[in-house]
Write a protein that binds this ligand. Structure first.
Ligand code: HEC
Length: 260
């Protein structure tokens, strides 16, 4: 194999894209929408402002049904994430409460949360979560982007893809909503986002698409908080391998130059 061929194969592997997610819903095939996320590709990084807005959407809308048990409040100020200031994270955490130990009479003591506490869960257990959602369980969102193929694009499409009216051919239960991006197109989550549902601090207009985009960004970071670190390490390793490849190539050529 020639050096040029090796280099071409190497770069095509590097820039290979993940498979697209095709869903057959009500006979139609829906391709995931692709809003274009800044973290895509080998050099991609998270958009900090979008992560901050995404946290707002999660905390004001999604957190009433979905937990994110892998996250602690302090993660919100960590490098590579939304990077809220440490002070801001203390304020965020203090809005939530937790039962921590008992007093001298054995009664439970409640205190405000601190940055090292985990995110507050909306329900005490799975059964309580199901009981409040017509028997359907709202999954924990910490790793949901990894748990679905083409996760970020899928969640963006799902959240911004509620449609009315439901096609007659589908004939689904009244307690379910029509969403052609959900496998089977009938989902137990009612449309969670409506225009202007949250008020963004940076003045960005809170359209359904914008909120879906920001929260998909936030969930992508939550599923892999060290992505930026991994990518920059990956690039260093690749750089080293490229140099190594050239060294090997020329030394082999030199060693065998007299062999015909
Ligand atoms: C009123 C409760 C409620 C709210 C608010 C809510 N969800 Fe859900 N969500 C559910 C339920 C219930 C399900 C399970 C649906 C099913 O299995 O049919 C679900 C499922 C999901 C799924 C998984 C879909 C799949 O492929 O299995 C994602 C992702 C999701 N929700 C994201 C969100 C996001 C992001 C928000 C905030 C913008 C949000 N949800 C707000 C109740 C809710």
């Amino acid at each position: 194999m020639k050096l040029s061929q090796i280099v071409i194969i190497f770069f095509s592997l590097l820039f290979m894209q993940s498979n697209e997610n095709l869903i057959a819903a009500g006979g139609e095939t829906y391709k995931n929408l692709k809003p274009g996320f800044s973290f895509e590709g080998p050099f991609g990084k998270f958009d900090r402002e979008s992560l901050k807005r995404g946290y707002k959407v999660y905390s004001e809308v999604c957190s009433s049904c979905h937990g994110m048990k892998q996250l602690s409040y302090r993660n919100l100020s960590q490098k590579g994430g939304p990077e809220f200031s440490v002070e801001r994270v203390k304020e965020i955490a203090a809005d939530y409460f937790i039962i921590d130990g008992a007093d001298e009479y054995g009664d439970p003591v409640e205190r405000s949360r601190v940055p090292s506490d985990r995110f507050q869960a909306p329900f005490d257990n799975k059964d309580a979560a199901k009981a409040s959602n017509n028997g359907a369980y709202p999954p924990d969102l910490s790793l949901i982007v990894k748990a679905r193929s083409d996760g970020a694009n899928y969640i963006y499409s799902l959240l911004s893809g509620y449609e009315e009216p439901m096609p007659d051919s589908l004939n689904i239960d009244d307690s379910l909503s029509y969403n052609p991006w959900f496998p089977g197109a009938a989902i137990a989550m009612t449309q969670p986002l409506y225009d202007e549902m949250v008020e963004y601090e940076d003045g960005t207009e809170a359209t359904i698409k914008q909120m879906s985009y920001d929260v998909s960004n936030f969930l992508s970071w939550a599923a892999e908080p060290t992505m930026e670190e991994r990518k920059s390490l990956g690039l260093i390793v690749m750089g080293f391998l490229i140099i190594f490849l050239f060294l090997m190539f020329f030394s082999v050529r030199r060693l065998f130059k007299d062999v015909h």
